[in-house]
Unconditional design. Structure first.
Length: 148
């Protein structure tokens, strides 16, 4: 899994078109979304993650919580983003992993949203620019060497 973490004044998105034949079904109110003072987690789920989804979910949640606590962000946007890897996991596995990350983060005291999966989306972001405002993380299941 590859994550790009951006601390932003806000993140807003608007669903445009389907990017998969069968994207995640969404309600009308999910076609647009916005969070203020947000840690945006742009996530590419990778093929290697399919070997142990639960472990990568746990590691991703820990990383996101750790960064959120350091930058004092209370809002997190989980954003499916298929552009951080050339070895993407299958969509059905990726969606399950992203849903689990959202659920586990919600168990704590963070306010969490997840952008819809399987769509082209317009988005606006306003990176804060401080030293911890732009971070990346690579997460793999134990026992899997990460190809650089
Ligand atoms: N392995 C994977 N990890 C994360 N997201 C993935 C994925 N496989 C499919 N998606 C989702 O389907 C859209 C088309 O690839 C993706 N859409 C996007 O990445 C938008 N930024 C538009 O390009 C994403 O919602």
């Amino acid at each position: 899994m590859r994550m790009l973490l951006i601390h932003s004044d806000y993140l807003e998105y608007e669903v445009k078109d389907k990017a998969l034949k069968n994207p995640e079904p969404i309600r009308e109110e999910q076609k647009k979304g916005r969070l203020e003072e947000v840690l945006a987690a742009f996530i590419s789920v990778e093929k290697v993650d399919e070997t142990n989804p639960d472990e990568v979910v746990k590691k991703a949640v820990n990383e996101i919580k750790d960064v959120a606590s350091h930058i004092k962000a209370k809002n997190v946007f989980v954003y499916p983003f298929a552009h951080l890897s050339s070895e993407l996991a299958k969509p059905d596995v990726a969606l399950e992993i992203l849903k689990k990350i959202e659920e586990r983060l919600k168990e704590g005291d963070l306010n969490v949203k997840r952008a819809p999966f399987g769509y082209y989306k317009a988005f606006k972001l306003s990176c804060k620019g401080h030293p911890l405002a732009e971070l990346s993380r690579t997460i793999v299941p134990s026992g899997e060497a990460k190809a650089e």
